[in-house]
Each structure stands twice: as structure tokens, then as C-alpha cells.
Design a protein around this ligand. Structure first.
Ligand code: ATR
Length: 271
């Protein structure tokens, strides 16, 4: 039996074990996925333990996604650029780091809203870790323009400047972005604003939102944030964070087993 898992802190609410174990079972793969509570200081020991025990694959979550990079045998280019690893694969007894968060978001966006990224004008709200992954993945998927707005505008400016890829885009404050909302095809909240228990908070006003704009929120608790509900009322096409969660898991599962699992089933398992 192959062993897989996730390391993080906190970890007890993780839905990953449920999702992956169901997929192993459904596909008849003799494997098990376990959630490991690993505090910040224990990360190097945990990685040594993973090597020593022959664990076949590991997901990495908060607070280890960046720190783990220095502890791996190699890290793929996308994950390096994003600056975060969420999936480790054992390949010939070497631990290789990947990032499936950004690619998972983009795949979910394409599949669930039935759209393509190519040629789209996109607004990202937020400039933290989640925004980085999504930003570089959207840029790779040939978005026409990606603007970033953030409470701290300087952080949005830094992320835009850092981009060495050919995608145009500018940094805005939240208030500046609110005024420009009608110019975008896709608007994505990558911040934690609206996350339970602060369910009444909204990342920015939707006063200038056009009908048929795609509005996406990476939050999945609550399943539909107040912000998404308002976007829906205004005639937007909305997407919640379940897709990103499930697709990052499905892409990790595929790296480990070579099989892309049934994402619709995965969604049913985690909702
Ligand atoms: P993550 O890795 O989940 O992206 P993070 O790196 O801490 O987490 O980033 C959090 C993002 O949410 C940031 O863009 C942050 O804005 P600042 O850069 O100004 O801190 C944004 N954010 C968090 N709380 C916020 C709030 N109450 N209002 C507006 N933005 C907020």
C-alpha cells in the first residue's frame, strides 16, 4: 500500500483525506492519504521523515508552502516562480516540488464557467500567496491583461513588476479598481475577505459591475460569499472556491498516480 498525505498547521479541518481516499477507493488504487499535523519548527524533520518512511506523495499547506522549497531535492519552474509548493512527488527516491494551486484555479475557471483565458482582461483582488499562484498561471494561459488591486497597493505593484512574462497589467488601490470594474471580463477575489466567520465583509464594491462578467471567489467556506451572492444578483456568472480546491487536489492526484480522477465526484465528497 502506498502512503500519501498532507502536512500543515492547523490541519484537522482538512477535507483532503476524504477527497483523496474516496478517489483511491473508487479507482481501486491500493493507497491511503492521511493528514499530518506539523508545526513550523518541525518541517525539516517532517521532510526527513517522509523520505525515510518512503511516503509516495505529500500535499503541503499553510504555513509550509514557501519554507518547504529549500528542503526538497528539486522544484519545478512554475512552483519556483510562484514561490510556493503545494504538492511533493517522490520520483526515484528524490522529493520533487510542484504547485497545483494556480493551475488548479485556472483549470476550474475554464471548466466551470466554460470560458477560455486567452484574450481576457482580468482583475485580481489581493497580492498575497494565493494571488501569486493564480497570477502566474493566468499569465501562462495567455490572458490579455491582468490588473491587480490590493488594500496595500505597493504589494500589487511589486507583483506586477516581478512578472517577467509577457502580460500587460497595472496595479490599483481597491478604490481605483472599484471605479474600473466594468472594464473586466473576469474578476477574482484571492483575499480572505468574506471567509467564515467574517461573512459580512466584502473585498470591494460591485456598483460598477457589468452583467455577464465572470466573478470568482477562492473562498469555499461559506460556499457562496456575500460578495458572490451580490455579483449573482447583478447578473454575473459566479464561481466559488470549491473548484480550485478540488482541481488542485485532482492535479496532485494525477501527478502521483498518473490518473486524473472524477472531479464531479470529488466535489460531491467535499461539499
Ligand atoms: P494568502 O496566502 O491566502 O493569499 P496572504 O499572503 O496573507 O494570504 O494575503 C492575504 C491577502 O488578503 C492580501 O492581499 C491582503 O491585503 P494586504 O496585502 O493589504 O495585507 C488581503 N487582505 C487580508 N485581509 C484584508 C482585509 N480585511 N481587507 C482587504 N484586504 C485584505
Amino acid at each position: 500500500k502506498q502512503l500519501y498525505g498532507v502536512i500543515g498547521c492547523p490541519i484537522h479541518h482538512s477535507l483532503s483525506p476524504l477527497m483523496h481516499n474516496d478517489a483511491f477507493q473508487t479507482l481501486g488504487i491500493d493507497a491511503h492519504y492521511h493528514a499530518f499535523y506539523v508545526e513550523k519548527e518541525a518541517l525539516p524533520a517532517a521532510i526527513e521523515g517522509i523520505k525515510a518512511l518512503g511516503i509516495a506523495g505529500i500535499n503541503v499547506t499553510i504555513p509550509h508552502k514557501t519554507a518547504v522549497i529549500a528542503l526538497l531535492d528539486s522544484v519545478d519552474e512554475t512552483a519556483k516562480r510562484i514561490g510556493a509548493v503545494n504538492t511533493i512527488v517522490r520520483e526515484n527516491d528524490r522529493l520533487i516540488g510542484y504547485n497545483t494551486d494556480g493551475p488548479g484555479f485556472v483549470r476550474a475557471l475554464i471548466e466551470e464557467t466554460n470560458t477560455m483565458i486567452q484574450g481576457k482582461r482580468i482583475l485580481l483582488i489581493g497580492a498575497g500567496g494565493a494571488a501569486r499562484g493564480i497570477y502566474f498561471s493566468l499569465a501562462t494561459a495567455q490572458a490579455e491583461q491582468i490588473d491587480i488591486c490590493n488594500r496595500t497597493k505597493e504589494k500589487a505593484e511589486q507583483l506586477i513588476e516581478e512578472s517577467d512574462i509577457l502580460v500587460s497589467g497595472r496595479a490599483y488601490s481597491l478604490i481605483e479598481a472599484e471605479e474600473r470594474l466594468s472594464q473586466y471580463d473576469i474578476i477574482i477575489n484571492t483575499t480572505s475577505v468574506g471567509l467564515s466567520p467574517n461573512v459580512d465583509a466584502m473585498p470591494l464594491s460591485l456598483d460598477h459591475l457589468n452583467e455577464r462578467t465572470i466573478v470568482s471567489d477562492i473562498i469555499y467556506n461559506p460556499l457562496e460569499t456575500k460578495w458572490l451572492k451580490e455579483a449573482r444578483k447583478k447578473g454575473a456568472i459566479v464561481q466559488n472556491g470549491v473548484g480550485m480546491f478540488v482541481y488542485q487536489g485532482a492535479l496532485a492526484f494525477e501527478k502521483w498516480t498518473g490518473v486524473f480522477p472524477d472531479v464531479e465526484r470529488m466535489k460531491q465528497v467535499v461539499i
